[in-house]
Ligand binder design. Structure first.
Ligand code: ADP
Ligand code: MG
Length: 303
């Protein structure tokens, strides 16, 4: 279990994190979300022992994770950290980068392991390509493969798919999170993408204004968003005087209701249209099967 107890941290007197407490069970996946600048990357760096804490303690099982004041080498053996900016060795191949920390003692096993890792990140065709010739997204995949090469007990991922295009993102995400679960590797991922969270996280921690403002299952937080920040993470929503926070997909056009609105704009979204409407000066968003004529009066109800 990872235990984060009462940690405080500042950069040059600017407090970034205050009174942070949470635990993560071994093998669980936890995501950390929050607006840009809310301290997600800082928190991951603290978990890795990059900086000394102002206060508090971090434990993995029985060992305390300590900062540079106490350690010559940053980052404990049992932990791997993939930073937003990944640092790879550009002049050697993808396969060599992935195998960089693996023992040369059993060359056949080493090659097998590298092949398995190339499969996870879908880079087999690039095994012999030099890293400097890769795109940003491909480099990010090499960094992920290298981080899981030695099977850490816990892995920290900072926006792990941010450079990866939509063609690859879905399958890579499935492969990686499935692999980590199978190997019982505890995973903490900082992200701004709800698709990293909904299907894969056991818990979700929300950072805001130096504090944790929510820590619950994604399902709980999705179904009962306690505030606008959490709702906005999941999608388009309305804050209605009558109903509180309501997602766009929860409003349906009905024959008549207390919520009358005038259509302003229809946005094509593939399998639905997002409709923007005006209800007594309040903007209302809802989903609909077809585009609606601008100026049309409609009635909405919460489903
Ligand atoms: P996030 O990852 O959620 O976007 P960060 O942890 O990167 O947030 O940053 C949190 C706050 O700390 C921001 O206000 C940022 O400007 C500041 N910060 C981040 N890194 C440093 C640093 N090395 N020195 C000083 N301030 C920093
Ligand atoms: Mg960040």
């Amino acid at each position: 279990m990872l235990e984060v107890k009462n940690i405080y941290f500042n950069y040059n007197k600017t407090v970034v994190l205050k009174d942070i407490n949470f635990t993560v069970k071994t093998g669980d996946h936890v995501s950390i979300i929050g607006e840009s600048g809310s301290g997600k990357s800082t928190l991951l760096k603290l978990l890795y022992g990059t900086y000394d804490l102002d206060q508090g303690h971090i434990f993995w099982k029985d060992s305390e994770i300590l900062g540079p004041k106490h350690n010559l080498i940053i980052g404990p053996e049992f932990m791997k950290y993939v930073a937003q900016e990944f640092d790879l060795m550009p002049f050697i191949t993808v396969a060599e980068n992935i195998g960089a920390f693996l023992s040369n003692f059993y060359p056949e096993e080493k090659q097998e392991r590298i092949n398995e890792l190339l499969d996870v990140v879908e880079l087999k065709p690039f095994a012999k390509t030099k890293v400097k010739e890769l795109s940003g997204g491909q480099k990010q995949r090499v960094a992920l493969a290298r981080a899981i090469a030695k099977q850490p007990e816990i892995i920290l991922l900072d926006e792990p798919f941010s450079h990866i295009d939509n063609f690859k993102k879905q399958s890579l995400r499935r492969n990686l999170f499935k692999y980590l679960k199978e190997k019982n590797i505890t995973c903490i991922v900082a992200t701004h993408d709800k698709d990293d969270v909904l299907s894969y996280s056991d818990n979700m921690i929300v950072l805001h204004d130096t504090k944790i403002i929510a820590n619950n299952t994604p399902q709980q937080l999705y179904e009962n968003p306690e505030n606008k920040l959490i709702a906005s993470f999941f999608g388009e929503f309305n804050e209605l005087k009558s109903n509180g926070i309501v997602y766009a997909h929860q409003l349906k056009v009905v024959d008549t209701s207390d919520l009358k609105a005038i259509v302003k704009q229809s946005y094509y979204k593939g399998n639905y249209y997002l409709i923007e409407a005006d209800s007594n000066g309040e903007t209302v968003f809802f989903e609909h099967d077809i585009a609606l004529q601008k100026g049309k009066a409609i009635f909405l109800n919460r489903v």
